[in-house]
Design a protein around this ligand. Sequence first.
Ligand code: PGA
Length: 255
Amino acid sequence: MNKALRKAVIAGNWKMNKTRPEAKALIEELKPLAANAGCDVVVCVPFTNLETALAATAGTNIGVGAQNCHFKESGAYTGEISAAMLKEMGVGYVIIGHSERRQYFAETNETVNLRTRAALDAGLTVILCVGEMLEDRENGITEELVALQTKVALKGVTREELSRIIIAYEPVWAIGTGKTATSAQANEVCGMIRKVIAKLYDQAAADGMTIQYGGSMNAKNAAELLAEPDVDGGLIGGASLKAPDFGAIIDAAGK
Ligand code: PGA
């Protein structure tokens, strides 16, 4: 397992936050902080901010992502946005299967798979979220559950397409709670996901897969989490809304 084989990716998940002027201001503040990043940097913004974010990041090293997409190309799906629509705008990334979508919007492993397929077909890079609820951890089924989520999400995904998959391990009990997984817990599950990839594909595929940790990662705890051998970056919610904090996490990932 060689961490040097893969690039760390630090992605901000803004969730349902920021108006367009606020989005522009945050990105302008972030630009100089990200300019010398030793990792890939992405901001996943609300749909309404995509155009603003694309304009503000043009010519910079900051990638832009959405937080969901539908699995159909077009049609009668009121309120939905297709992967092709995102791609046409110039969006590079999309978060798929975030636990908030699973909890509040009836997302299942099967629809996560469909959305992943659609995003790959459109040419996007997918930040694929997996993670257990507190109850799952207490019941000792974290490994089985996360393996299941990973396997179903990747159904029909080819070996070649894995270069456009980033997996984000996000224990649900750590999201927005201020309760971070210990670096050992994060590393254990990220390593287990890597083993699942090795079994589904091969060892080289597993060694090359970027696997992030997410869940209350912040400027203070990032360095310790990111130093773990199987943790290749972070998906950051709350702390991505403040440029200095997000900048500090980017710095920690570059070390
Ligand atoms: P948090 O969110 O950093 O606010 O815990 C992470 C996420 O939901 O991606």
